[in-house]
Design a protein around this ligand. Sequence first.
Ligand code: HEC
Length: 110
Amino acid sequence: MLCPARWLLSLAAAAVLAAGAPARADDGGQMYGKKCLACHGLDGAGDKPLGRKSGAPDLRRSGLSQDEIEAVIAQGRGKMMGYKDRLTAEQISAIAGYVKGSLVRPPAPK
Ligand code: HEC
């Protein structure tokens, strides 16, 4: 049987560990700047040398949902490596939120 005290203890330990790298929604942009900028560029255009070389798409035109963006970040795709071993689910979600909320533009009016 699961001992509740132990469970609480491990929960507290996890909280302490997580506190080392807190992930808030507004950290998404900062993490994007550290992890994604080299290929996708500050505005998501993907026109950095490394982005051109690897064929990074223009994130501003991405039609992906928040969930789909999280999946791409976690699993990687094509020449983009996955980040699931390097980032927590919260961090991935914060970055995806930043991409979706601040970089993706609605399609231009026709
Ligand atoms: C090494 C360069 C590189 C880095 C670093 C990188 N990407 Fe990518 N990214 C790519 C490439 C290349 C693709 C296209 C993959 C394919 O479809 O073949 C891509 C695709 C994507 C897509 C899918 C866009 C769409 O509409 O299909 C998203 C979203 C994305 N990247 C977000 C990120 C985020 C967020 C980060 C940082 C955590 C990141 N990328 C880091 C190169 C990179």
